[in-house]
Design a protein around this ligand. Structure first.
Ligand code: NAI
Length: 464
């Protein structure tokens, strides 16, 4: 048995970042993780492996579609799927190993195993009970399925199974046109699968800017993804080798439609995960959606127990969890911990990327807020044209009509996931579009499109 200032349960981006910040603040810290490697869903079976596959298949797409036009002649590469998976595993290993190094460097004890909380101030792992003045639950989330859909991670898979299929399927049906469905759908479409996305709503990426939803779907369709929109999946019948996905279109709800698949990816959202912690016996309050309820300082209703990341309310994003991890450490360390939930970017790592931050044009209009919208198409950005990523892309900045203060932005285009941060910083500083427009931007860069969109909020963009 050991005694700590803080024990963190779960070593995903929320938990491990929190542990490092606690250690930096001089708190004796342990982290508990039951997986063989650190890094949680994000590093092991989420963000990182999917980015490796997105990168590899983007390279394939470039070779197949753009090399010859750039004077790079010769046979396109063929896919060695097992080698691609080992490259992905190598990327994962480098990153999870890096977190292990950081734990050692910061003198954080990694207690291996699955934790439970017998009482406030105590954490049990196996037969050992450890003492902790503070406990931070960062136990994350797991995929949620649908009634009538049984996941076997072979034919009917979640993102975890989809990252490790034994072979590239001929036909893949993706249920849900959210981030996971579109990222992994893109991967398999580029690998040659016939991918059909079945989505309940009439637009992809629920809640996103409407222009982005429309433009993004068009781009993905051009890349070969098929969409069945306004379709509620009602069940999946699977054998050992194939599946039939049953759905009904909203306009004909009494007619059952069926689509065949070799693999079905269920990407209909994730749910908070806190199984086995003993929260009920402790009396930890949950929200209606089963997340751990916390106050603005990430305290649960039980003194000494905090919660952060996917297991609490808010967007299920690694960087939101990281921010909460740092902030809760600051709170425990006696400092001021703060997360600005109004400035959390969201990124879809397809090609081109999609990135958003802040309020959408529609939400602001619905509030009756007077706004200005500045939009600039990547078709007029020299750099984007040079890399075949100008078509259909744009930067859109939304500002307050009176003050010119930036309220939100949406980008489809090359490097969108990086470009968005210029706007995040502007928003954190309460900057106006004019502030961005008056900042010198290097030429030729994608970020010139951000400046042009900012100029479009004022007297007008130069290149349109
Ligand atoms: P999601 O919530 O983004 O999308 C789920 C989609 O499934 C929705 O469009 C919904 O309308 C649809 N759907 C639900 N039931 C359906 C039915 N019966 N028939 C047809 N369609 C149905 O969920 P997703 O993509 O599974 O992602 C889970 C979480 O992981 C999200 O919070 C996401 O933000 C996060 N994530 C973020 C990534 C990133 O930031 N790049 C990457 C991967 C995941």
């Amino acid at each position: 048995m050991a005694s700590y200032d803080v024990i963190i349960i779960g070593a995903g981006p929320g938990g491990y970042v929190s542990a490092i910040r606690c250690a930096q603040l001089g708190l004796k810290t342990a982290i508990i993780e039951g997986r063989e490697t650190l890094g949680g869903t994000c590093l092991n079976v989420g963000c990182i492996p999917s980015k490796a596959l997105l990168h590899a298949t983007h390279m394939l797409h470039e070779a197949e579609h753009n090399f010859a036009g750039m004077g790079l002649k010769g046979k396109s590469p063929s896919v060695d799927w097992n080698q691609m998976k080992s490259y992905k595993e190598d990327v994962v290993g480098q990153n999870t190993g890096g977190i292990e190094f950081l734990m050692k460097k910061n003198k954080i004890d990694w207690i291996k195993g699955w934790a439970s909380i017998p009482a406030a101030g105590q954490v049990k792992v196996g037969d050992d009970t450890h003492e902790a003045k503070n406990i931070v639950i960062a136990s994350g989330s797991v995929p949620s399925s649908l009634p009538g859909v049984e996941i076997d991670e072979k034919i009917v898979v979640t993102s975890t199974g989809a990252l490790d299929l034994p072979k590239v399927p001929k036909k893949m049906v993706v249920i849900g046109a959210g981030v996971i469905g579109l990222e992994l759908g893109s991967v398999y479409a580029r690998l040659g699968s016939e991918v059909t996305v079945v989505e309940y709503l009439d637009a992809v990426c629920p809640g996103m800017d409407k222009d982005v939803q429309r433009g993004f779907k068009r781009i993905l369709e051009k890349q070969g993804l098929n969409f069945i929109m306004g379709a509620a999946v009602q069940g999946v019948d699977a054998t050992k080798t194939k599946a039939k996905v049953k759905y009904a279109l909203k306009k004909t709800p009494d007619t059952e439609e069926v689509i065949d698949a070799d693999v079905v990816l269920v990407a209909t959202g994730r749910k908070a995960y806190a199984d086995g912690l003993g929260l009920e016996a402790l009396g930890v309050k949950l929200t209606e959606r089963g997340q751990i309820a916390t106050d603005s300082q990430w305290r649960t209703n039980v003194p000494g127990i905090y919660a952060i990341g996917d297991v609490i309310e808010g967007p299920m994003l690694a960087h939101k969890a990281e921010d909460e991890g740092m902030a809760v450490a600051d709170v425990i360390g006696g400092k001021h911990g703060h997360v600005n939930y109004g400035v959390i970017p969201g990124v879809v790592y397809t090609t081109p990327e999609v990135a958003t931050v802040g309020a959408t044009e529609d939400a602001l209009k619905a509030e009756g807020r007077k706004i200005k919208v500045g939009k600039f198409n990547f078709m007029a950005n020299a750099r984007a044209k040079a890399v075949h990523q100008a078509e259909g892309g744009f930067v859109k900045i939304i500002t307050d009509k009176e003050t010119d203060r930036v309220l939100g932005a949406a980008i489809i285009g090359p490097g969108a996931g990086d470009l968005i941060h210029e706007i995040c910083v502007a928003m954190e500083f309460g900057a106006s579009a004019e502030d961005i427009a008056l900042t010198c931007h290097a030429h030729p860069t994608y970020s010139e499109a951000v400046r042009e969109a900012a100029l479009a909020c004022g007297d007008g963009a130069i290149h349109s």
